[in-house]
Write a protein that binds this ligand. Sequence first.
Ligand code: SF4
Ligand code: SF4
Length: 125
Amino acid sequence: MFGMVKNVLANLISRPSTRLYPFEKRPFFKGTRGSIDIEIEKCVFCGICQRRCPSNAIVVDRTNKTWTLDPYKCIICNVCVESCPKKCILSKQDFNHPVNGKQKLGRKQEIKQEENQEKPILASK
Ligand code: SF4
Ligand code: SF4
């Protein structure tokens, strides 16, 4: 009986042993590999990441300027991150969020206007 009362009192005045997740999140460890993403505007659609990926998780479509990742095939090995010549694939520390069904990560590059295109000249009065 005395032991139980001692435990109850100790628990009342001590800090909780667990975190109040999701309000209190543990910081990621250095080097954590959580998920893969891309800065699509830097991509030149060379296809190196697709060819080097050991689990065939990446599909690069040069014609339509799309880059697609199947997160259910990706093993977060970082080969694509290290082999991309434009360094546009990101290894993020945060993990993919839960989803209702299988979804692929698709990114599409906007087609830029020609930079050398002549600007319209405004007529002066
Ligand atoms: S290796 Fe890099 S630049 Fe080449 S297609 Fe993949 S993401 Fe784009
Ligand atoms: S991290 Fe590895 S498995 Fe995932 S897409 Fe890149 S190369 Fe493929």
